[in-house]
Design a protein around this ligand. Structure first.
Ligand code: KG4
Ligand code: ZN
Length: 356
């Protein structure tokens, strides 16, 4: 049995986990900073890194204790070194380096996007079959990836502007919902009608790319119609209000807008992923990243896909370190090891495999 300690601090979750053979979860501890950042409506980078400094060692201790393993039982320490917030990544990378060096363990550097994909190896079923198409949708990324083997990736398409999760977060804010917007919109949409508002879909024909900024602007325009307009009339001249005058403040139909927005995002994600699966003759479709926790996306993808669809449980879709430990196992098995000069790479991309 090969045990890997995973460490993740790329954004606003401080996480550590112990995973056996890339597939069996022994522990997964996540200290979420969501409450800290909620009042800013998004992640406040400097606060995130300071909070990581406070949480990192207790979180690692807890993950080791929960897994009931000693340092000598570990085969390696895997850590996310990008993409993400520089100040946040530095805390995890330096903690991993210090611990690995101190305990004489190999260090493995992991790409956060790859970690999300490997959440699909942590399921209690047979491993996904290659070639596969994976839709990675999170707060920072929207990418459609063809994976032909472990560590072998080809990017089929990506977002041209906002990431899907970012669009959920921004629209959530427009609708007055709490941060993060994704789960809040999903919940608000439960009582709404998806066909209430005709919202645009950016199909970008002939590509596997995505765009969500037009959709976000369309929601903004609707929200503005519901906001009270500045009244320029002098205060001493009372306005004549006829019986036809609409009320100045109309209540924003949050549930209907949330449902219409969610349906628009999901329709494009499902359509493009299924088309890619057909054209690439994929054997499996994987969902990964925070937005993969979305129930409508899971249900629609499963309904429409020509091949079996898999996705991790919600707690392994959003940021955690079990996915880092899983990806770390496969990299370690392939003989990869990082040097003590491992640096953070905030803009790291998934290394593309060139077809022979
Ligand atoms: O993967 P993740 O935890 O962090 C990044 O790597 O970005 O993803 C967080 C994103 C947020 O934008 C959040 O709104 C979105 O995932 N999210 C969801 C849901 N749960 C989380 N979006 C839609 N539906 C959900 N149920
Ligand atoms: Zn993530």
């Amino acid at each position: 049995m090969t045990l890997i300690l995973g460490i993740e601090t790329s954004c606003d979750e401080t996480a550590a986990a112990v995973v056996a053979d890339g597939r069996v979860l022994h522990s997964s501890v996540v200290a979420s900073q969501v409450d800290l950042h909620r009042r800013y409506g998004g992640v406040f980078p400097e606060m995130a890194s300071r909070q990581h400094v406070l949480s990192i060692l207790p979180v690692i201790d807890e993950a080791m204790a929960e897994a009931e393993v000693d340092w000598g039982d570990l085969a390696a320490v895997a850590v996310t070194y990008g993409p993400g917030l520089a100040g946040s990544l530095l805390v995890g990378v330096n903690a991993a380096k210090g611990l690995a060096w101190g305990r004489g363990l190999p260090l493995v550097g992991i790409n956060h996007i790859e970690a999300h994909i490997y959440g699909n190896w942590l399921l209690d079923v047979s491993p996904p079959r290659f070639p596969l198409v994976c839709l990675v949708v999170s707060g920072g990324h929207t990418e459609l990836i063809l994976m032909t083997g472990h560590g072998q990736y080809r990017r089929l398409g990506a977002t041209l502007d906002d990431a899907a999760g970012e669009a959920f977060d921004k629209v959530g804010r427009l609708l007055g919902l709490p941060y993060p917007g994704g789960p809040a919109i999903q919940e608000a949409a439960l009582t709404g009608t998806p066909s209430s508002f005709k919202l645009p879909r950016a199909w970008l024909p002939g590509t596997y790319d995505f765009s969500f900024s037009g959709l976000k602007t369309a929601v903004l325009r609707i929200v503005r119609k519901y906001q009270p307009q500045a009244d320029n009339k002098p205060a001493d001249k009372p306005r004549v209000i006829s019986s036809q005058t609409p009320p100045l403040i109309r209540v924003l139909p949050v549930a209907n807008l949330a449902a219409s927005f969610q349906a628009a995002v999901v329709e494009v994600l499902v359509e493009k992923t299924c088309r890619a699966a057909e054209e690439c003759k994929a054997k499996t479709v994987l969902l990964a990243g925070g937005v993969a926790a979305n129930e409508l996306l899971r249900a629609e993808m499963s309904k429409r896909s020509p091949v079996p669809v898999r996705y991790p449980p919600p707690e392994l879709c959003t940021d955690n370190a079990a996915i880092v430990a899983s990806a770390g196992f496969f990299r370690f098995e392939a003989g990869e090891q990082a040097g003590w000069d491992l640096d953070v790479v905030p803009g790291l991309r998934l290394a593309e495999h060139k077809e022979p």
